[in-house]
Design a protein around this ligand. Structure first.
Ligand SMILES: NC(=O)c1ccc[n+]([C@@H]2O[C@H](COP(=O)([O-])OP(=O)(O)OC[C@H]3O[C@@H](n4cnc5c(N)ncnc54)[C@H](O)[C@@H]3O)[C@@H](O)[C@H]2O)c1
Ligand SMILES: CC(C)[C@H](C(=O)O)[C@@H](O)C(=O)O
Ligand SMILES: [Mg+2]
Length: 347
């Protein structure tokens, strides 16, 4: 089993290094690793954020562990050369359309949540975010209006096949959990959302055991902080899912805690923390590596058939937190590698 490790930029290499230590300690037989440059690091070395050899490795690998991309020194580049194009390119090239972003409260962190303890303790939800469509991948550009003003545009579109396949992913996830699915859209305004809602209702006929509800995204943002315990699985589009998952991360204590899986139709996946390259703390060994370590656990479970090893990682993270291990984002002072040490000790 080949795992591609793509550390990327900023804190990406710092957090993937800790996940790699945990994977090495598990010593799963038959696992091999190859690393490659991606994002700003790849741009500086090769002139492209997603060089052909990196894409080739990602295609050959059984799974991909990804750090983060984003480099302020690349901000003035044309869009096609910016680091973020690398992660968008991987998602599109590998048809990773189903992005699972679980937000579950570790009880030890209930006081780190921005929510009151009794509300935070009830959080155990999964955001299923569509990852190959929406305003991210529509036609975009810059033009002039008739009276000479600069006008930027990004076309938002979804076709019914795109909505259907993510709806099936979400209904199946709900079946495997508590049987509740909330579809989040903006059907009161957007044509894409009206289609989204219609197709989700059609797909629901195949899953009579799942209780389906619908919510507008503005209300969903409010409900996520008012009463997040009401949610089991949330299914939503690419842009809404991006925003709601960062919000959900603070409800469970920190953006440094939220892992993710981006899956194709056959279970191949890219695994990454939901956070970015965090230029404000990069190189200072302050980053919380737990989101990446938990992403490695998701990788073992979903793409590599190693559920027991995944359980061991998740139990070790819980034990490290119970023992008081905290990086700065969680109100503590452990360095990135000291948090890695704490997880290894718990393993
Ligand atoms: N998948 C990805 O690679 C990805 C995801 C999000 C943002 N980005 C990119 O990252 C760059 C920075 O974006 P941003 O600042 O908006 O978002 P960010 O997630 O990088 O950081 C937001 C805030 O959260 C903090 N933070 C993030 N991860 C943390 C961790 N593990 N431990 C402790 N604190 C953490 C940061 O210090 C910062 O204050 C941009 O170039 C952006 O495009 C990439
Ligand atoms: C870096 C960016 C393209 C990416 C996204 O918007 O999907 C990030 O915010 C994420 O959440 O993975
Ligand atoms: Mg995001």
């Amino acid at each position: 089993m080949l795992v591609a490790i793509l550390p990327g930029d900023g804190i990406g290499p710092e957090v993937t290094a800790q996940a790699r230590r945990v994977l090495d300690a598990l010593a799963v037989p038959g696992m091999t690793y190859e690393s490659a440059l991606v994002g700003g690091a790849a741009y500086h070395a090769t002139g492209h954020p997603l060089p052909p050899e990196t894409l080739d490795l990602a295609k050959r690998a059984d799974a991909i562990l990804f750090g983060a991309v984003g480099d302020p020194t690349c901000d003035s580049l044309e869009r096609a050369l910016r680091p973020e194009q690398a992660i968008l390119g991987l998602r599109k090239e590998l048809t990773l359309f189903s992005n699972l972003r679980p937000a579950k409260m570790f009880p030890e962190l209930a006081d780190d949540s921005t929510l009151r303890r009794e509300i935070a303790e009830a959080i155990d939800l999964l955001i299923v975010r569509e990852l190959n469509g929406d305003v991210y991948f529509g036609e975009k550009g810059m033009r002039r209006t008739a009276d000479g003003l600069r006008e930027g545009y990004d076309i938002m579109s979804y076709n019914e096949a795109e909505v259907r396949r993510i709806a099936h992913s979400a209904f199946k996830a709900a079946q495997a959990r508590r049987g509740k699915l909330c579809s989040v859209d903006k059907a009161n305004v957007l044509e894409t959302s009206q289609l989204w809602r219609d197709v989700v209702i059609e797909v629901a006929a195949d899953y009579p055991d799942v209780a389906l509800s619908h919510m507008y995204v503005d209300n969903a943002a409010m409900q996520l902080v008012r009463n997040p315990g009401q949610f089991d699985v949330i299914v939503t589009g690419n842009l809404f899912g991006d925003i709601l998952s960062d919000q959900a991360s603070m409800c469970v204590g920190s953006i440094g805690m939220l892992a993710s899986a981006s899956l194709d139709a056959n279970g191949k996946g890219l695994y990454e923390p939901i956070h970015g390259s965090a230029p404000d703390i990069a190189g200072q060994s302050k980053a919380n590596p737990l989101a990446t370590i938990l992403s490695a656990a998701m990788m073992l479970r979903f793409s590599l058939g190693q559920a027991e090893a995944a359980d061991r990682i998740e139990a070790a993270v819980a034990k490290a937190l119970a023992g008081g291990a905290r990086t700065a984002d969680l109100g503590g002072s452990l360095s990135t590698s000291a948090m890695g040490d704490a997880v290894l000790a718990a393993l």
